[in-house]
Design a protein around this ligand. Structure first.
Ligand SMILES: C[S@@+](CC[C@H](N)C(=O)[O-])C[C@H]1O[C@@H](n2cnc3c(N)ncnc32)[C@H](O)[C@@H]1O
Length: 245
């Protein structure tokens, strides 16, 4: 017994397979190759360049986008598409990272000694906290996708799928939106790692506004889908992003 479904892939003898029309293999293999090559180049350059922060950032960015696709393919195969890499994550996302690169370039040209982790104790502190945030953020994001499984989707559902259940265990028992928590802190961590004060402020404002609106919108539908069960869950589990209740 088999059934094609744009949102749940192909169900064949109880097993879920990706929806082939939304998974062009040429595009997927090229994306994976480009991300792997970026990751390897960044790690190779790490001991060779003075501003090694850039290598760490590039490695983390490529790992992040690879894991978005890999985790979806592995734990939620019915919903995986070539867009699951999140490489086309909107103009705002791309512009923010371009802005961050410009800040690195301008900072290194104007004052290479200031734009360096060893410049002061404060610089070392900011860099270290940035690294820790990147690791915690990535772990939270990936764990959220693994734990939510078929209930996770890169787009907010406004209609409930048959396989959509309320997830409250694992990382969801201490964070209500662990993948947003992870993305938020990972992204701020990247800018601390790059010693980018302007981008840090820009990322904070843009991401806070985005997740504040998104969570409100998403929860409206979660309340519709799961009623009292979600209201009780919302009352006891925090978001973990400042000033978002
Ligand atoms: C991009 S995922 C993000 C999930 C969650 N907001 C997070 O940050 O981990 C969006 C989808 O997850 C679903 N979702 C959010 N929280 C959920 C939960 N606790 N249980 C099941 N589905 C959830 C929403 O309905 C939405 O379609």
């Amino acid at each position: 017994m088999s059934e094609w479904n744009e949102d749940q892939g192909l169900v064949l003898d109880g097993k879920v397979y990706p929806y082939i029309e939304k998974n062009p293999l040429d595009e997927i293999s090229l994306n994976a190759f480009a991300l792997g090559a970026t990751f390897a180049t960044a790690l190779t350059l790490l001991p060779l360049i003075e501003f090694y922060n850039l290598s760490i950032y590039m490695a983390s960015l490529s790992l992040f986008h690879f894991l978005e696709f890999y985790t979806t393919a592995r734990f939620n195969p019915g919903k995986v598409t070539s867009r699951s890499f999140l490489l086309r994550n909107g103009k705002g996302y791309i512009l923010s990272h371009v802005f961050a690169m410009c800040e690195v370039g301008i900072g290194r040209i104007l004052s290479p000694t200031w734009k360096c982790t060893s410049y002061s104790l404060f610089h070392r502190f900011v860099f270290t906290i940035g690294l820790i945030l990147m690791i915690i953020g990535q772990l939270a994001r990936t764990l959220a996708m693994v734990t939510a499984g078929k209930s996770f989707s890169h787009h907010v559902k406004t209609e409930q799928n048959a396989d959509h259940v309320l997830v409250t265990e694992g990382v969801y028992s201490s964070l209500r939106h662990p993948s947003y928590f992870g993305f938020f802190w990972w992204a701020l961590g990247t800018q601390m790692c790059l010693l980018n004060p302007c981008s840090f402020v820009l990322f904070t404002v843009v991401l806070w506004k985005f997740f504040n609106e998104r969570i409100e919108f998403e929860e409206k539908y979660l309340v519709q889908f799961f009623g009292q069960q979600y209201l009780h869950y919302r009352a006891r589990v925090p978001v973990g992003i400042p000033f978002i209740k």
